[in-house]
Design a protein around this ligand. Sequence first.
Ligand code: NCD
Length: 303
Amino acid sequence: MRNLIYADDMDIPLIETLVSLAGKIMDSPGEYCEKMKGKKLATLFFEPSTRTRLSFEAAMLELGGSVLGFSDAAQSSATKGESVADTLRVVSFYADICAIRHPKEGSALVAAGASSIPVINAGDGGRQHPTQTLTDILTISREKGRLTNLTIGMCGDLMFGRTVHSLVKTMSLFKGVRFVFVSPKELVVPDYITAELKRAGVPFIETRNLEETIGQMDILYMTRVQRERFFNEEEYLRLKDAYILDKQKLDGAKKDLAVLHPLPRVNEISTEIDDDPRALYFKQAMYGKYIRMALILYLMEAV
Ligand code: NCD
């Protein structure tokens, strides 16, 4: 594998390799701190980001490499009308690997087609976000001790949430996984995903009610309503607070539930639960750096 564009690029052996490598890096960071010496990572971010871009950059720096790039489309020649393909042709001369985030679905694939260095999709519009999925999987593996036999609740904007699409696709590879999709009817999981689950025989239910279903879940993956993907601000305002996870709702959950969120959080998780041992979303962001270190080493064939 030379690029990571969609969750479909990942199979169980690859996921296990990356999770295990991330664990080794966490245990002995000193052994990895020069592995990328002399190599450069380009971060090409045409859309806002905090964790994804900074964790990619921290990952490369901790591997002894260096970073270059931009964090806003307005700083790039995209404003002059340059295509993603042309940008990648040029960046291939300046860097050894790159991570790209773009508002347009499919842009990471176009980037990979034009690039002569490995390309990582750091989010393409409402479609996919496979390195967030790797982050989520490392968190589940470390915190639950398994990736099988899990009831995974996903709550919020399941229509536009690209992290949801990649995570469902990937977790459905594992045995004994079942999904509970909780969303307003306007923001249900796209049909192509439910069709794939049916084809693969992966059990799932769709519901509007979090209180009634939270007690079944081993993982609860909360998501932000994706304001930037709405055509209509009024519709966003109507749906934005559809689900708010608070103390009262958490009272109905298992004692060992893991509450995850890719972040940023807006209103959908009340800060009153931040100190609950089940609230793992900040720890999840910490894991994001280590799995990206593992991914960079893997794509650079430096494992
Ligand atoms: C997510 C994204 O960009 O899709 N954030 C992230 O990368 N951690 C989720 C979101 O923006 O809601």
